[in-house]
Design a protein around this ligand. Structure first.
Ligand code: ADP
Ligand code: SF4
Length: 689
């Protein structure tokens, strides 16, 4: 039995928050799940899992107080009526079952909520354009509206209490309505809610007081607030009036949940932002209040956590992403199993769920969102269903996760890898600029596999079809990955380009990652729209190569916008002096000139380039799978029980897709799966209402 390192005892001290006490310092701050009111059973199970994993506090996502705050297509939570109370009670019961406190983040959207679902008119401090660019406006609130909002907030707080929540939030940041009241630029009112600092803070103060009055006897009241005003370069915070505001309200709430204005930093991807980055912005907060303080920082190292507490920066270790990547992070520290923590890699795939209005997924944790509908537990898995041996070919993220989970189930697993290292694309990509933390996908799994006597890994072992069958494994899994195309084919060009060469001047990401680099002015053609093209641009610029980055999309890394990283990518490219051309497809290359076509008019233009890097699409390395399939054609006696493609070998996608695929394979082996309906669906049925 492992024992907790006494150095970490401080993390397990109980902390009082007003009338309630958290059992430890691990605090899952409010975070989106892409589930919200749309998927109450899924979200309840997901939050309950965090409590089971040891989080002392587990919060909802932003929770609308009234239909005038409706954020669809982003799935928020709501506390509008008794149905919502019942839905949230599913969550609070599960959190309480494991000794956690449940927190509800009451939310008023203002000009950021378009109300496309409820068709209500949004209201804000002033007449303001819709903050997410929709062709609507929010109208200015009059005094009566302010009274109404206070009433709605109070009622929502009462419903939160009824649903079993222990902590109720006043959410005064993240560019929503209350933040607009605080901000002198948006708040130009001349009544008692505008003008002086005291007036701009008034509504927040009133809501804290109202909430205390309504539920403060048994619920703690938390305030989510920004420590800075925004603006300024990284690590050069402009604190401005925000310190004064916190000082004015210092002792009023029971807890301060502190964030920073720049969302792309607060929850930035690891390519740009390191662990603990809010500290420079908020380290003063504890000196102006005696109330407990929490903030985030993508903390995964218990030593950093202890240091944050001991140095008086925070009282709670706040986490969204680390609790997504590993819901059992607190338990693992508590039980002295630190090397088993599945560390977040900072890729923000989790955030893309909210951006796209779909259930949250995580690169490191394939069970995220699947707790209820597939019954997947992040730490537990059924024992093997037979004594079969499984041969896994390829040790990328798909093969590694399949091996790890099959090994956990107790199967005899042989993992054959062509290279002398494991990790596949994750190992290669983590060598690219800024992506070092991605190696954690490999490291966690390799470490687990090394502890398993039933798993054997064969390196430098490029399998051919005869070799595969000679092993006589009962189940064969092909996790052989994919390769990038070099012929220009992709979303824009449906067919390979005809005038495209010479071949030695054309490169793919595979070439770049293998160290074959272009010389001279290079055109990178991005028809992939995520990180690969711009990361390669960064690599080449770091080596002094002049780079033109071309995309048929209207902006660089258009999909990266879902992960909240587009702005920083764009800035990095501009700082690196990359020549950016948008809305153009690549149609030809002759070794000296690349020909581009306007995506709107078809007009052609030439750009001088001595090399082209095509980042368009990949094709599966599925030849081996098909060869084995052919060899087994008609074979009846010496057939394996199954042959299966997983990960990029089946269909190339993001790393999270490969990990999920490997996990799914391992979960489902020797189980009965209804192929037509493999999961429960969290829908509202007529008899539910
Ligand atoms: P995925 O993302 O689906 O896991 P990757 O491309 O990351 O795919 O990994 C595929 C892995 O398979 C690579 O490590 C590669 O070296 C390995 N591989 C490819 N073909 C073979 C083969 N014939 N035998 C053994 N390993 C192979
Ligand atoms: Fe971390 Fe990526 Fe998982 Fe989000 S998806 S929790 S950023 S590993």
């Amino acid at each position: 039995m492992h024992k907790r390192d006494p150095r970490y005892d401080i993390l397990f001290e109980p902390v009082q928050i007003g009338p309630v006490t958290a059992k430890n310092r691990f605090y899952q701050v409010p975070h989106c799940t892409g589930l919200g009111w749309l998927r109450p059973r899924m979200v309840a199970e997901l939050r309950g899992m965090k409590a089971e994993g040891g989080w002392g506090v587990v919060c909802t996502e932003y929770c609308s107080i009234h239909p005038r705050s409706d954020d669809l297509p982003h799935p928020y939570a709501s506390l509008w009526d008794d149905g919502d109370v019942r839905a949230h009670a599913l969550m609070t019961e599960k959190v309480h079952e494991h000794g956690g406190l449940a927190g509800a983040e009451l939310w008023v959207g203002g000009s950021r909520s378009t109300n496309l679902f409820t068709r209500e008119v949004a209201m804000d401090v002033n007449h303001l354009p819709n903050a997410v660019g929709f062709p609507y406006q929010a109208r200015r609130m009059d005094k009566n509206d302010i009274r109404e909002v206070r009433r709605w907030h109070r009622n929502a707080a009462l419903r939160a209490k009824q649903a079993g929540f222990d902590i109720v939030y006043v959410y005064a940041t993240h560019h929503y309505m209350l933040a607009h009241f605080l901000n002198a630029k948006t708040n130009t009112r001349s009544d008692e809610y505008g003008g002086s600092l005291e007036n701009r803070v008034r509504l927040v103060r009133e809501l804290i007081e109202d909430t205390k009055d309504a539920v403060g006897d048994s619920c703690a009241v938390a305030v989510r607030f920004s420590a800075d005003e925004g603006g300024g370069d990284d690590d050069q915070p402009i604190i401005g009036e925000h310190r004064d505001m916190i000082e004015m309200l210092a002792e009023l709430p029971d807890l301060w949940d502190i964030n920073i204005k720049d969302y792309s930093r607060e929850m930035g991807v690891s390519r740009f932002i390191r662990e603990g980055s809010p500290e420079t912005y908020m380290s003063y907060v504890k000196s102006v209040t005696s109330k407990p303080v929490v903030t985030v920082g993508r903390f995964t190292s218990p030593d950093t956590m202890v240091s944050q507490i001991k140095r008086g920066i925070v009282d709670f270790i706040g986490a969204a992403r680390p609790s997504i990547a590993d819901p059992f992070l607190p338990k693992k520290i508590e039980q002295g199993r630190i090397d088993e923590i599945r560390e977040c890699i900072g890729c923000n795939i989790c955030y893309t769920g909210d951006s796209t209005g779909t259930p949250i997924r995580c690169t490191q944790n394939p069970t995220m969102s699947e707790e209820w509908r597939l019954g997947w537990h992040p730490e537990k898995i059924e024992s093997k269903g037979s004594d079969s041996t499984v041969l896994v070919i390829g040790g990328g993220p798909a093969g590694l996760e399949a091996t790890r989970a099959l090994g956990h189930r107790g199967y005899q697993v042989l993992l054959a890898e062509a290279e002398h290292t494991l990790g596949g694309r994750v190992s290669r990509e983590s060598e690219l600029p800024g992506l070092g933390e991605w190696a954690r996908v490999r490291n966690y799994r390799v470490h687990q596999i090394q502890q398993m006597p039933n798993v054997d890994v064969y390196f430098d072992n490029r399998m051919d079809a005869e070799h595969v069958l000679a092993i006589e494994a009962e189940h064969i899994v092909f996790a052989t990955g994919a390769r990038w195309l070099a012929d220009g084919r992709g979303l824009y060009n449906k067919r390979p380009l005809e005038d495209f060469g010479p071949a030695e001047q054309v490169f793919t990401p595979d070439d770049i990652m293998a160290g074959r680099l272009p010389q001279g002015p290079t055109l990178i053609y991005d028809d992939d729209h995520y990180y690969m093209a711009n990361v390669i641009a960064e690599l080449l610029r770091d080596k002094g190569v002049p780079v033109t980055l071309v995309t048929p999309e209207v902006m660089l890394s258009s999909w990266g916008d879902n992960a909240g990283e587009q702005g920083r990518i764009q800035r990095r490219m501009m700082e690196l002096d990359v020549n950016i051309i948008t809305s153009h497809g690549l149609v030809a290359f002759d070794g000296g000139q690349a020909q581009l076509e306007c995506a709107y008019t078809g007009e052609l233009k030439n750009v001088a380039a001595e090399a082209v890097v095509t980042v368009t699409m990949r094709v599966p390395n599925s030849e081996l799978f098909h060869e084995v399939e052919d060899m087994l054609e008609g074979e009846t006696e010496h057939r394996p029980l199954s042959i299966t493609r997983i990960g990029d070998c089946e269909a190339p996608s993001i790393i999270a897709g490969a990990v999920y695929s490997g996990h799914r394979y391992a979960r489902e082996l020797d189980t009965e799966v209804d192929r037509d309906n493999r999961m429960k669906y969290d829908r509202v049925f007529f008899d539910d209402v």
